[in-house]
Design a protein around this ligand. Sequence first.
Ligand code: ADP
Length: 368
Amino acid sequence: MFSWKKKEILSLKESLEDKDSRIRDLERQAASLRRVLASMAEGVIILDKDTRIISLNSSAEKIFGVSEKEARGKLFLAVVPNNDISELISKVLDKREFISQELTLVWPIQRTFQVNASLIPEEDGTINRCLLVIHDISEIRRLEKVRSDFVANVSHEIKTPLTSIKGFVETLLEGAQDDKENAKHFLKIIQDHANRLDNLVNDLLSLSFLESKAIVLEKQKVDLNRLVSDILSGFNSQMRKRSIEAENDLPVGLSVMADRDKLGQVFTNLIDNAVKFNREKGFIRVYSQDLDNKVKVIVEDSGLGIPAKDIRRIFERFYRVDKARSREMGGTGLGLSIVKHIVELHGGDVGVESTEGLGSKFFFILPE
Ligand code: ADP
């Protein structure tokens, strides 16, 4: 009797231990699954067939600004008041097939999502749950828009001078070439437009080169004062014509480790703008400030300045305060974006302080 009891107790103990270990296994699996869901970049929501939320991972919490604790057991539409997603869920539950749809959310923040909705079959084949996987594709869509805007801008910038060139060539061929005075004037206009196209293509080539992964900076010790002196002397005749004075106040011997040609391009573009957008008898001053292990170089001018509303976008490609004026002066609207690219390739930052009507201070900060 006693030995039978002992045997029974032993087997009961074994079976309890077995169950215990299976429960621990299941708990481990569930915890591992929770960790996988929590580390997913996509939002994941599981709903029952009445569209009540069973669970949502931390990405979904962030997207919709709710916690799993608050959301659990509630109807989807009560937690996420978005009719598009709600209709998608109803459609999946109704049609019983996988649906993938791009949706734009305006609340809580404007974003574009690819929402994949599918059903989760249970072991016995019944369907009681629905799975939503929400992939944030806002950045992909933004980049696509940047690219298509860029192509539209380039096409427009090329089309304008090309139309003028064609028009004036036609006029010349139709007889204007016999009128010497007018013919010279038209040829001068054609030359200006051809120069604009040349500038544009050169700037586009610079940009595409700077953006290519293949770019290698040939860094060397660059004496800033000497570099700016050389560049300023190239603008002498332009400045003289409009009585603009330039001062190079960079300390003698101040240097940075940089690609000399590219840094020269930065100064050329900034000084070119400081001349172009200056007033008659204005001034330009180039000076520096010492920051911790960094040097800040400022190109100051007494020109038009930039309206406060435009400052935020001034380094964007093709962004110009006054398009017609910029074109008239041979500008392409790409100079500042080239400056930004070069400085950022050197691990630096660019910026501007400006007061409309008084002048601007364009600056860049580079590691020494
Ligand atoms: P671009 O000079 O060819 O027009 P940029 O990219 O160099 O193109 O400059 C973009 C715009 O920023 C200019 O069209 C002008 O409106 C404004 N800008 C740039 N530099 C200055 C400056 N020093 N003073 C006033 N406005 C400026």
